[in-house]
Ligand binder design. Structure first.
Ligand code: C2E
Ligand code: MG
Ligand code: MG
Length: 308
């Protein structure tokens, strides 16, 4: 047994016992987040951060009804031909006062509060509506990748929400309604999804796969990079994390890792997408390694649908 201790001091941190305890509590949570088994002092910065977080969580509740969310699209380029028939849907939040808030900042809050269910559904419906148009007008085999959070694979809490069965049925119905085959959609998941045994996520993922939906493993190389998951699950694409691509020009270790990931993936029958390709030299190295697809600012940033 170990302990985590938060410290608040009278009279600087609070003027009464209740507030002292609240602030000591906050300091304790910080210690727990930092790995537990230690102690920490309450600070004003800690309080500011907690307030900022709380107000962002409050505002996030208005984002969807207030039409502050948008889906942008980033092309995924086939390296052998230079053709574009895939894109990743990336969520954007235009906050009325703060301006553009990064998904890296607000997705974790949406996951924590459960809002990710509504937001994730909305991203999916939005993306497939646009996809249906592009398939009709531009490229018949166009395919959209949608990021799916681990939380979306868990059962929803409360009776007014839809269960995973509902989520699956609704999403597939929506695809059918637009005349889209399962193959027109890729789910981007992180390894965190596969580690979460308690939700038996793999079964659910396999059920989606039965409908033809493809699966990409996002940010590969940064997490567990477990080879057993690659074997166990029918994954279609590996996305090499941009941290490997970033230093490709100068770092021979990153070159070796990228090449090894690509060779391994191909042996397992998977296609590889390199993320965060910003320079021609990076692209050329990846082409040399036999990489299948690239995505990054060299080609385009994520764009609103009409610009895309
Ligand atoms: P991700 O899925 O790995 O997406 C790739 C991120 O890299 C995107 O950041 C993209 O804009 C950025 N990027 C693309 N090309 C380049 C490049 O050449 N250089 C650099 N430096 N960055 C590049 P973004 O849009 O800020 O999204 C961050 C993360 O937020 C995503 O990482 C994804 O995990 C999450 N996210 C975004 N949209 C959604 C969503 O609709 N649902 C869920 N659950 N998560 C989302
Ligand atoms: Mg992604
Ligand atoms: Mg990624």
């Amino acid at each position: 047994i170990s302990g985590s201790l938060g410290v608040a001091l009278y009279p600087n941190d609070a003027q009464n016992a209740d507030n002292l305890i609240v602030n000591a509590d906050q300091a304790m949570y910080m210690v727990k987040e930092a790995g537990r088994n230690g102690f920490g002092y309450f600070t004003a910065a800690l309080q500011d951060a907690a307030h900022a977080r709380q107000s962002l969580i409050r505002d996030l509740g208005d984002a969807l009804p207030g039409k502050q969310l948008a889906v942008h699209y980033q092309p995924i380029v086939e390296l052998a031909t230079g053709k574009i028939y895939k894109a990743e849907a990336l969520l954007r939040w235009q906050h009325p006062e703060r301006g553009l808030v990064s998904p890296a900042e607000f997705i974790p809050l949406a996951e924590e509060t459960g809002l990710i269910h509504e937001i994730g559904d909305w991203v999916f419906y939005q993306a497939i509506r646009e996809l249906a148009q592009w398939r009709e007008l531009l490229v018949p085999e166009f395919q959209i990748s949608v990021n799916v959070s681990p939380i979306q694979f868990r059962e929803r809490q409360g009776s007014d929400r839809v269960s995973f069965k509902g989520f699956k049925k609704n999403w597939l119905n929506a695809l059918n309604g637009l005349g889209l085959p399962g193959e027109s959609v890729v789910f981007e998941i992180t390894e965190g999804v596969l580690v979460d045994e308690r939700a038996s996520v793999t079964d659910k993922l396999l059920a989606m796969r039965d409908a033809g939906i493809q699966v990409a493993l996002d940010d590969f190389g940064t997490g567990y990079s477990s080879l057993s998951y690659l074997k166990k699950l029918d994954i279609d694409y590996l996305k090499i994390d941009q941290s490997f691509v970033q230093n490709l020009e100068n770092d021979i270790n990153d070159q070796a890792l990228c090449e090894a990931i690509i060779v391994m993936a191909h042996k397992l029958g998977l296609k590889v997408i390199a993320e965060g390709v910003e320079t021609e030299l990076q692209r050329d190295l990846l082409v040399g390694f036999g990489c299948d697809y690239a995505q990054g600012w060299l080609y385009s940033k994520a764009l609103p649908a009409d610009e895309f």
